[in-house]
Design a protein around this ligand. Structure first.
Ligand SMILES: [Zn+2]
Length: 310
């Protein structure tokens, strides 16, 4: 999946950019040529390529003495309304410059986005670690969104699937939403699913397991769900009728010994601002990196563009 972007425009002649071959050097040289950089962001749909003024006339992108260096301006001489080139995009409302943000997207993609690295090498980002932290949360939301939108059935006879559930908070239009997410991961195939739990009870848990984990699977819980103690009939039924085997990883309860692997992800990539975020967040990012390992940059750009259609 190579994505070739031609950044040619009226303003400048720029080389074609193969996103699968972008490295830090080519990214910096792209950013240094602002016209090409803006054209590139339009080509990958992170910035809008056209705008219409409220008066109905088409707007033109004009140089401006602002951080973004360009603004949309109405072509109607009697109107001359202006509009931020960030309008509707993922950059809108962020205090980070567009170029710093794109640099950070690149660094996050290739796991160079720790505060330690940024603090050492990238001044503009190291001065705003609070914003950087918000962006990290955003990237994990992108990963989670992908899996919630594309749940996958995993497991099967002789397979092990690790299961966890956690409360996820998500900010949307200044409103903090909270919902429970169930996650499952199969190390052998490096595949997994995330689904929203409409209600947090045994029936819902078991229904989701039946839907997304094939019969015959050893289902490993990090620890028994709290409500497990309220009744084990549902678990017993699935064990007897569908040959699931349930294991509590913490206590080792169950008869089957399995290699526990997802546990590793819990220590995985502990970023500076994550101590309070739940395991599902890191599972989402972990699974996302596994799934798109060959096209990480293309994928993150594509998925961000999908979330913020311009
Ligand atoms: Zn106008």
């Amino acid at each position: 999946m190579a994505l070739l972007i031609n950044t040619h425009s009226k303003m400048t002649l720029a080389p074609k950019i193969n996103l699968s071959e972008v490295n830090l050097e080519s990214l910096f040289s792209l950013i240094n040529d602002w016209n090409s950089f803006i054209n590139f962001l339009q080509a990958v749909k992170l910035l809008s390529a056209s705008e219409t003024c409220e008066c109905g006339r088409e707007m033109k992108m004009k140089p401006a003495n602002i951080d973004d260096r360009y603004t949309w301006m109405c072509g109607n001489d009697n109107c001359k309304a202006t509009l931020s080139i960030r309008k509707g995009s993922v950059f809108y409302g962020s205090e980070l410059s567009i170029n710093d943000t794109v640099q950070f997207i690149y660094l996050w993609t290739f796991e160079m986005a720790s505060n330690k690295y940024i603090g050492k090498d990238i001044r503009a980002l190291s001065d705003r670690l609070d914003i950087v932290c918000d962006w990290r949360i955003f990237f994990r939301d992108v990963c989670m969104r992908h899996f919630l939108c594309h749940p996958q059935v995993i497991g099967g006879d002789g397979c092990s699937v690790e299961i966890d559930e956690s409360l996820v908070s998500h900010k949307e239009d200044d409103t903090e939403l909270e919902f429970w997410v169930l996650g499952g991961y199969e190390q052998a195939t490096k595949s997994g699913f995330l689904v929203i739990m409409p209600t947090k009870d045994t029936d819902t848990l078991l229904q989701l397991i039946q839907r997304f984990v094939r019969p015959g699977t050893t289902v490993i819980f990090d620890c028994w769900p709290a409500y497990y103690e309220q009744g084990t009939e549902g678990f017993d039924y699935l064990r007897d009728s569908h040959k699931y085997n349930f294991v509590d990883e913490t206590t080792g309860a169950s008869t089957t010994s399995t290699e526990i692997t997802w546990h590793e992800t819990k220590k995985w990539n502990k970023l500076d601002c994550w101590p309070n975020r739940q395991i599902i967040d890191s599972l989402a990012e972990f699974m996302w990196r596994q799934k798109f390992a060959k096209n990480l940059l293309i994928t993150i750009i594509h998925q961000i563009a999908e979330m913020y259609p311009v």
